[in-house]
Design a protein around this ligand. Structure first.
Ligand SMILES: Cc1cc2nc3c(=O)[nH]c(=O)nc-3n(C[C@H](O)[C@H](O)[C@H](O)COP(=O)(O)OP(=O)(O)OC[C@H]3O[C@@H](n4cnc5c(N)ncnc54)[C@H](O)[C@@H]3O)c2cc1C
Length: 423
């Protein structure tokens, strides 16, 4: 077993940002990834995906976008290149193709077991990213339906001929529904809780407003319901050069049929809740609240005269789609689960989980000495899981590792002094 100060698990943006700070401090560490650097962007994104955040909003510790299109939106392949160059820029000690299979506590540290050997590490940073979630209901769907999660979706031609039921209308579901409809497919979209914002507002990109107005920097402690804040779905938004919106109104214009949440299936028929109208009303109220924050910020910052005037958002009048559907009879051959992601650590044998399986932490620091987590949704700030926001938590964790090491060294010295005094 090799001995090292810190093991970072995962070489996505969260693991690399942490590694960048550890490198700057000269801390002996290794970054283990089951695949390659930026593996999620290589193998779990669809072909046409563009980031929702503009290029200028990809600031990592010691690294930022230097290209000619700061207001453009990277493809997944471009982001893979961006993160790979980042890792190379500081010689990140990444060991690729090294899946972690077990992390267990030992005296003064952890044993990290991989398919390519074990490490004893004083500190372990969990940066393994979110895993896809598919509801158990998927097992009760007609057996002849082709089912896949968005992380396995690449392009319309990959799916069997016929219509598609897309379950979930957040960023991924809305984008994939739009792409499939444009490719001539019948698309039924089961709409769950979502948040929609215009791509551009008052003449500026929405992400600029969210940053400037402080929305992205709000911390979990400021949230009235932290649990709800952490499970809030991603924004219905499209990243692209055209600045067009991607919301339910745009999808309705394309001919996407919308219905409520998928709630049951009996082997031949699937059933939807009668909740489309209240779901849309709740989403519109959330949109309005966020735009009000932006308007208030524009006023208080004296920007109101410089930006465009506020134009009321288009009110959505969606025709309620089917309440139940026999997929075969309706020509639906595929279900795309756009049901999101959730962090899970099945290989972590340290008792730091709450009853729902979330790692209990404060600013990425767990109660288990030397065990940290980074990259989770709303870990501390609203943008904790964003490329641009992970640096704050990576900094906090690295500071904590440094201070803990100093404290441990001081304790060991004190123990030595005491032992000497007793001799
Ligand atoms: C479709 C989609 C679009 C998104 N668009 C944006 C956007 O536009 N802007 C933005 O800021 N954010 C966006 N995000 C959110 C976020 O930036 C990504 O989820 C990002 O990939 C999270 O980075 P991460 O480093 O936390 O995790 P990941 O990128 O998932 O990296 C985790 C790494 O850990 C490795 N790993 C996992 N398990 C193990 C193991 N057991 N052993 C070893 N290695 C392991 C994986 O191979 C992976 O490389 C998007 C997310 C999704 C899903």
């Amino acid at each position: 077993m090799k001995t090292i100060d810190t093991v970072v698990i995962g070489a996505g943006q969260a693991g690399l940002a942490t590694s960048r700070y550890l490198t700057a401090e000269g801390r002996d560490h290794v970054v283990l990834d089951r695949g390659r650097v930026a593996e999620s962007w290589r193998s779990a994104r669809w072909d046409s995906l563009r980031l929702l955040t503009p290029n200028w909003m990809t600031r990592l510790p010691g690294w930022s976008y230097a290209g000619s299109e700061p207001d453009g939106f990277m493809t997944a392949a471009e982001l893979t290149g961006y993160l790979s160059c980042y890792a190379t820029s500081f010689g990140a000690p990444v060991l690729e193709h090294t899946p972690v299979t077990d992390v267990s506590p030992m005296a003064h540290g952890y044993r990290v077991t991989t398919l390519r050997g074990s490490w004893f590490a004083r500190n372990v940073v969990l940066a393994s990213g979110p895993a896809r979630t598919v509801p158990t209901l998927s097992r009760r769907l007609p057996s002849d339906l082709h089912q896949l999660h968005t992380s396995k979706y690449r392009r319309p031609a990959q799916l069997p001929d016929g219509g598609v039921l897309v379950v979930g209308a957040s960023a991924s579901g809305a984008q994939i529904a739009s792409e499939l409809r444009r490719a001539g497919r019948r698309v039924v979209l089961a709409v769950g809780s979502h948040t929609s914002l215009p791509r551009r507002y008052r003449g500026m990109d929405i992400m600029w407003w969210l940053e400037q107005s402080g929305v992205l920097g709000r911390t979990i402690a400021e949230m009235p319901d932290p649990r709800a804040a952490r499970t809030q779905p991603s924004l219905q938004l499209r990243g692209g050069t055209s600045g067009e919106d991607l919301n339910l109104a745009a999808l309705a214009d394309l001919g996407v049929e919308m219905t409520g949440r998928l709630i049951a299936a009996d082997g031949s028929t699937v059933y939807f809740a009668d909740d489309l109208a209240p779901t849309i009303a709740a989403a519109e109220a959330r949109t309005r609240r966020t735009l009000d924050i932006i308007d208030r910020y524009a006023e208080s910052a004296g920007l109101a005269a410089e930006v465009l005037p506020a134009v009321p958002e288009r009110v959505l009048n969606v025709h309620e789609g089917p309440r139940k559907l026999a997929p075969r009879a309706a020509g639906i051959t595929t279900v795309v689960w756009a049901t999101g992601f959730r962090h899970s650590y099945p290989w972590l044998r340290v008792p730091v989980f709450d009853r729902e399986g979330h790692v209990l932490q404060y600013r990425g620091i767990t109660a288990a000495p030397g065990l940290y987590v980074v990259g989770e949704r709303f870990l501390h700030r609203r943008d904790s899981s964003f490329i641009d926001g992970v640096r704050y938590d990576a900094r906090t964790i690295t500071d904590h590792i440094r201070m803990s090491s100093r404290a441990q060294r001081a304790t060991r010295r004190a123990e030595t002094v005491l032992e000497g005094a007793h001799v």
